[in-house]
Design a protein around this ligand. Sequence first.
Ligand code: NAD
Length: 347
Amino acid sequence: MVVFGSGTVNGVGEQVQRLGASRVLLLSSPSGRAVGRMRQALRDLLVAEFAGAIPHTPVEVTERALRLVNEHAIDCLVAIGGGSTTGLAKALAVRTELPQVIVPTTYAGSEVTSVLGETEDGRKITRSGPQILPETVVYDVDLTLGLPVAVSVTSAVNAMAHAVEALYAPEVDPATEEKALEAITLIARALPVVAGSPTDAEARGDLLRAARLAGTCLETVGMGLHHKLCHTLGGSFDMPHAATHTVVLPHVMAYNAPAVPEVMLRVAEAMGTDDAARGVHDLVVGVEGPTSLCDLGMARSDLTRAAGLATAKPYPNPREPERQGVETLLVDAWQGRRPRPARLEER
Ligand code: NAD
């Protein structure tokens, strides 16, 4: 069940009851917003709260929240926040089979996927299954109006990455292609508007719609080198999720472009630019987003190990993720340079 609109958070209590539940654990992150509105919406359905969701879903955090589930005989999980909070709800759901109502406040798209990434002992482990897919998603554009521009930018490019990689997935179908291209068009158009006027409800609505479309693509088809690299950088080097996606995406697109020139042409058309990889880079620069892994705190000396880890067990990718080529790509991303023009012999 998906609800989309303005003020929809007020109906979350009804959604909980629709699932036949009455004892809610409310999940949020330490810097979470709109938790007060959620308390009002849940009224006496709210039994316990856990505000400790953090990025990359560490197993030890999940175990702490799990104790609350058991102590309070919880029968429904409600999460308000970004992908980190959604990840915690999924991690609890897979352990307890409890239903989830997710209220996303970023553009991560995790709320419509049956995939869960968790970290344990410095490694990101990804698993999927029907219990992980949230039963109900309540999108409320109002909750995104205050999302800081910097987070909006990186989160929207995270969504764009799902859409781009869907387009060259081996199992892509026409319906997924359509969703992916629509998401890319919406993001390219709405992100500069949001960067200039963050409370523009129409542009915010477009970004949230794009997030949902891109998340659906992520659910339908497998992801490639870009997601593998970002999982490696997040899981093994503790790099920030959405910002890392933002820096890496144009460079992976440039790496893959020679293998899928027609896909990149369609992405460029959807964005209204003439080169897809450079178009994404220029979009990010235009909205003052991050362009360099160095600026995000990555050590230059870690790039070789990162390339090794990301190419050891690669995801399907249109161009073979060859170790040296991937390291070169990472060096470009570390330096924050504009992506190289798409020519295979360069690498
Ligand atoms: P996040 O959830 O960590 O949120 C980023 C920051 O924005 C946090 O500080 C948060 O408190 C703040 N924030 C969120 N909404 C806000 C709002 N409306 N107003 C003000 N501040 C707000 O980051 P994210 O990028 O949304 O999610 C990243 C996590 O999601 C990662 O762990 C990633 O692996 C996971 N993810 C999973 C999937 C999947 O399908 N499994 C897909 C995408 C992302």
